[in-house]
Design a protein around this ligand. Structure first.
Ligand code: AMP
Ligand code: ZN
Length: 465
């Protein structure tokens, strides 16, 4: 049974989707204003593991990850360059997706952009104004936290010390809000100011939090199964998403909330503002492979902090190489005996692997199961080749590990020497049987894979193109 730590209840809970066999999930995506750093990617790789494991468990998945293509930083940077926000965000969106793909992440089913969902945001804000969960002040629209008594249920932050909600207006320079906790849903902008959108409550632009409520509910409905994101989003972002969504629909928003911990460097959180970050490209430029970076990012369970070191990355590099070599060795191992030892080991390893992943996605324990199997099968292969049944079982397990973790990388398309030689033998046999159609077919098949055959007096020679 799959179990998660639900931030909403602060408990490990059995995962039970609303609809049998189907999971609807929302993960907060990147702000496309710069290159994402590997701290950001720790969160996205975690989201990918969550996604892949749900699929592995047989769920049909609708996974939404938004792209935040409007916020103050984007507006300022675009204005400084005298270009539109679309022109500014387009290349960063592309860089993000390139890096995201290179890290072996599967694309979510839906990747909506905030600026394409302004109408949906306006609709929610209108509802909140209608039912008293929002109010206008100096042309902007704010969420009225006093009207949502459950505010704080996710982050468990106690607000006693804060200014109490109420209708009395707080007269300070800093706040034109009823309550210091109230947050902007819609910010007033001038007639000709860009970007700006017309709304029944005045021309403006959205606050940050409303976009996720709008896009999550549009694609997943008012109530859905899972909502995830980095630890820092718990408050205020996710708390505000709940307030906006539940305030407008009266229904529970997400059932399970999952938050992943930070990537640190020298024990300080990696962040753009602190300047202590590496982008994915910084590391690949230094020769590190995307697979090793991925391995490092997922090697520590998501609820534990991970401290980035180059030593760790070196270690990940040799580990992924060992895993790839292992897969090649197993493929080439061609005994004919009736042995079953490795089959038994595979059954045990898969059991340990799924138990670890079921346990709140314990990737460290899952990796231990992978490495144990690799070590034990290597011992067998040092003594004798694997039997066909063993070879198939081990390759099947590797396929399953890879489906969930993506740490073995793509299958090598290049043909192994043993496979080539087997085909050549078959071609000779076909020729001996005067089955020229078959022999030509084999020659063409090999040619398509870049293998060239030369018929010589001494027999057939082959070389790679
Ligand atoms: P942003 O692009 O700033 O909206 O952030 C994208 C995601 O990266 C969010 O889910 C953040 O929680 C996450 N994030 C930011 N810094 C880190 C870090 N050092 N480690 C892990 N996740 C992070
Ligand atoms: Zn969000």
């Amino acid at each position: 049974m799959l179990r998660f730590f639900n931030t909403l209840t602060r408990q490990i809970e059995d995962f039970q989707p609303i609809e049998d066999g189907k999971v609807r999930m929302y993960i907060c995506g990147p702000t496309v204003w710069n290159f994402a750093h590997i701290g950001n990617f720790r969160t996205f790789v975690f989201g990918d593991i969550l996604r892949r494991y749900l699929k592995f468990k047989g769920y049909e998945l609708t996974h939404v990850m938004n792209l935040t293509d409007i916020d103050d930083r984007i507006i300022n940077e675009a204005a400084a360059r005298n270009i539109s926000i679309d022109e500014f965000t387009a290349p960063y969106t592309q860089y993000f997706l390139e890096d995201f793909d290179a890290l072996g992440n599967e694309r979510p089913e839906i990747m909506p952009r905030a600026t394409h969902h302004i109408a949906e945001m306006i609709e929610i804000i209108s509802k909140l104004l209608e039912n008293g969960h929002a109010y206008e002040s100096d042309g902007s629209i704010y969420y009225r936290i006093a009207a949502f008594p459950e505010y704080g249920k996710l982050s468990k932050i106690k607000f006693e010390g804060n200014i109490a909600g109420g209708s009395e207006r707080i007269d300070t320079d800093k706040y034109d809000k009823e309550d210091a906790r109230d947050f902007a849903l819609w910010k007033l902008v001038g007639e000709n100011e860009q970007p700006g959108w017309d709304a029944p409550f005045g021309r403006g632009r959205p606050g940050w939090h409303i976009e996720c409520s709008a896009m999550a509910m549009k694609y997943l409905g008012p109530t859905f199964d899972l909502h995830a994101g980095g630890q820092d989003l718990q408050f205020p972002h996710h708390e505000n998403e709940i307030a906006q969504s539940e305030g407008s629909t009266g229904k529970q928003f997400a059932k399970y909330w999952i938050h992943s911990e930070f990537l640190k460097i020298d024990d300080v959180t990696m962040s753009k503002s602190k300047g202590n970050f590496f982008t994915f490209r910084d590391l690949t430029k230094q020769g590190y492979s995307p697979l090793a970076i991925r391995y490092l990012l997922l090697s520590v369970p998501y609820r534990k902090q991970l401290n980035f070191t180059f030593e760790g990355l070196h270690g990940a590099e040799s580990t992924v190489e060992r895993l790839r070599n292992f897969r090649s060795l197993v493929k080439e191992s061609g005994g004919s005996a009736d042995e079953r030892d490795a089959v038994e080991l595979v059954i045990l390893a898969l059991r340990k692997f799924t138990a670890a992943m079921d346990d709140d996605l314990n990737t460290a324990a899952a990796l231990a199961a992978v490495h144990d199997l690799v070590r034990e099968v290597n011992v067998i292969m040092s003594e004798r080749p694997l039997s066909p049944e063993e070879r198939d079982a081990v390759l099947d397990a590797v396929g399953k590990f890879n489906m969930v973790l993506g740490i073995f990388g793509e299958e090598d398309d290049a043909m192994l020497d043993a496979d080539i030689e087997a085909l050549i033998k078959e071609r000779q046999q076909a020729r001996a049987n005067r089955d020229f159609a078959r022999s030509d077919h084999i020659r063409d098949e090999l040619a398509a894979k870049g293998i060239i055959l030369e018929d010589t007096k001494e027999g057939v020679r082959w070389k790679r193109k």
